[in-house]
Design a protein around this ligand. Sequence first.
Ligand code: SF4
Length: 226
Amino acid sequence: MQQSCKHALVFYPRFIRTFDDLPGYTSVLIHAWNGCNMRCHGCHNYDELIAKRPVDYLTAEQVIHRLQSGGALFDAVLLSGGEFLINALPEITAFLTGLRTVFDGPVVVFTNGTYPDKLQRLLDGGLIDGVHLDMKLPYHCLDPEDDRDIYEAVLGIAPSARYCRDILDSVELVIAHNSRLSQVRTVRYPMLDQPYFDQIRSYVDALNDQYGSDVPYYLNPYVAHH
Ligand code: SF4
């Protein structure tokens, strides 16, 4: 069910200016157009960025060029998808390195957490300044076999134990890194009861305590996609 990366790193041509994704910044939100390895309930990006094959896309070089020309209009760059980290690490690294040469503000990646090794390399290399990580379920409390129906209802896939472990590893990485630009967040999916959200929050709180970190946690409303 997982979608592999069939294209070079490419981007959706419409950039979005946003004032609330990164508090205190006017950000430009850029979507990679390489698909996603989840099929979440109500995904707002599914029709345009996952189901639709890339047409009239921008290459990494074109994105960098466009950002270089529009410098005064934003002071942070947010990289989303689909799943931005589904792409090959050398391509991601080359893109972010090029981005650093034309833009010296914060660069933040949005991720579903399934690529902790890539995340670690980007954080260790100083190529990104923060991570917004979606922790959609209390993976630490669920069993991929016994709770398969819950996974399929929320993520649209039946994950392996490794897949869930990877997401938890990413949460820990982000909290250990402790950037003021990072956050862990959850959508309040309508099919989940309050204890699911309480368990996620407790997990994040415990990691913040363990690392002496203060990465914020947000439980965001579910907004139906029409
Ligand atoms: S991880 Fe994000 S982009 Fe991927 S299917 Fe889920 S909501 Fe959509």
